[in-house]
Design a protein around this ligand. Structure first.
Ligand code: FE
Length: 341
């Protein structure tokens, strides 16, 4: 009996380690806040090239972070990807990433688009910029973020609420560049210039410019490009009247954010996760993602595909994405103090 039990136990153990080994070579658990149908083609190509199957778990960024937190050390998460450096920084603050070193990632991704400690890496870029009514606004009136807060735009600005991570990252970048005092004044100026209380997403702000509710809107670049090149004729019409401008921050170019990812703290399939992240950072993947969701490739060496190529030739502020991402709490309290809802 004892002998049989020991043998059975040994068999189970052997079985377990065999399974683990097999799983190590075949699987990666991807937690993703991205939700594009076009991503499936990318995942299929990765599996075809490497033999590694992708288990995808989807949800909003904050939901994914909460889930990984509650799963703790037992989390099956290998790789977490999401939009906005601010969201990646929150995951890092929650202790959900482990830093990695990858010569491949360092070569494929510019240094300012990755977290300096190796906790997370961007693979595409988006700019947070300005859509404007070309009949009412001259480009030189919006060539600097500072100008948006001047009396010229009293009652003329549409922008979403201050709980948007996009706005927190932008204001974080302003703090990083200008310091908190000037940025606090800027936020007050923006609130004074609002055409209406913040409502809706970035696309709604662009459409509001089209409808004459405001003259300028703060928006992520890909929303504008999506309206300009999408299937909706009314939205395309809006972008004939409303144009996209890339203001400068401290004279050094437009505020740039990323979509990216990091390796989970307790990744059971870490090597596969690194391979998948390196795959997302490849020139082909950057192009694929760019073509499908209208972000820009992260690497300046990767040519932007249509339709984003028409907008890709802007000056990007070289600030490190982790520098502004870490200023979210400051940005939040500064915007609250300004009365930015
Ligand atoms: Fe978005």
């Amino acid at each position: 009996m004892i002998w049989a039990a020991t043998l059975a136990g040994a068999a189970v153990l052997t079985g377990c380690s065999g399974q683990d080994k097999e799983a190590d070579g075949q699987v990666v658990n991807l937690y993703t806040a991205r939700h594009y149908d076009s991503d499936q083609a990318l995942y299929d190509r990765f599996t075809k090239e490497t033999g590694i199957k992708i288990n995808r778990i989807e949800g909003k960024a904050d939901e994914m972070v909460a889930r990984m937190k509650s799963e703790g050390a037992n989390s099956p998460a290998d790789l977490f990807i999401t939009a906005d450096a601010g969201a990646l920084w929150r995951a890092q603050q929650a202790g959900l990433f482990q830093p990695i070193q990858s010569a491949t990632l360092n070569e494929r991704i510019p240094a300012n688009l990755r977290e300096p400690g190796g906790n997370w890496y961007g693979f595409t870029r988006r700019a947070r910029v300005v859509a404007y009514d070309a009949a009412k606004v001259k480009p030189e009136e919006i060539d600097d973020y500072a100008k948006l807060a001047t009396p010229r735009f009293k009652g003329k600005i549409c922008v979403r609420s201050s709980d948007s991570v996009y706005n927190l990252s932008l204001v974080g970048a302003l703090i990083e560049s200008w310091g908190p005092e000037k940025t606090g004044e800027w936020a007050k100026g923006i609130v004074a210039n609002m055409a209406r209380a913040p409502e809706g997403g970035d696309r709604d702000q662009i459409r509001a410019v089209g409808a004459g509710v405001c003259e300028v809107a703060i928006t992520n670049s890909y929303y504008y490009i999506r309206l300009a090149s999408g299937d909706d004729a009314k939205d395309r019409q809006v972008t004939e009247k409303v144009k996209l401008a890339f203001p400068t921050l401290g004279g050094k170019g437009a505020h740039v954010n990323i979509s990216g990812g990091g390796i989970a703290k307790n990744a059971p399939n870490k090597d596969n996760a690194v391979k998948l992240l390196e795959f997302f950072a490849s020139a082909d993947s950057q192009k694929h993602i760019s073509a499908n969701n209208n972000e820009f490739p992260a690497s300046p060496d990767v040519a932007a595909p249509p339709p984003v190529d028409a907008y890709a030739n802007f000056v990007a502020n070289p600030m490190n994405v982790a520098a502004f991402a870490a200023r979210q709490p400051e940005a939040q309290s500064l915007m609250s103090a300004a009365g930015w809802r």
